[in-house]
Design a protein around this ligand. Structure first.
Ligand code: CO
Length: 133
């Protein structure tokens, strides 16, 4: 398993609309998609920079993972997502090397990608996502 590129950076924000404004008005990027992912209790907004995206995440529930993250650590970078050929295989490979998984099998994320997370305890502090189409 070797990721081909960084598919996206996940960034936790308090207010999606205000954050979109910053990325559009200050950085000149264009939000091309806003999507609610009920399963993860978030609303997401996407920007493209070459092969990589920014995924802004606003919690729709204070008890959801992003709600808790923002409560504890404030706004900021939440996770890094690597593009892999096969999310299940990437998860299995990591598990075989002793990495603790959050997802043993892939689930559907925003943009209909197959995603799976590694636990930050096993990744030197970085919540790590694998994703593929
Ligand atoms: Co993500």
């Amino acid at each position: 398993m070797k990721p081909t590129h960084i598919e996206h950076l996940g960034i936790a924000v308090k207010n999606l609309d205000e954050s979109i404004k910053y990325y559009e008005e200050v950085l000149g990027l264009e939000c091309y998609n806003i999507e609610e992912v009920k399963d993860q209790k978030v609303r997401t907004a996407f920007f493209k920079l070459g092969d990589t995206k920014l995924e802004l995440l606003e919690s729709t529930d204070p008890e959801g993972p992003i709600g808790k993250f923002v409560e504890k650590r404030g706004e900021g970078i939440h996770h890094i997502a690597f593009a892999v050929e096969d999310t299940q295989k990437a998860l299995d490979d990591a598990a075989a090397k002793g990495v603790q998984l959050i997802d043993k099998t892939p689930r559907k994320g925003a943009e209909n990608l197959n995603i799976g997370f590694l636990h930050p305890k096993s990744t030197h502090g970085v919540l790590t996502e694998f994703c593929c189409k």
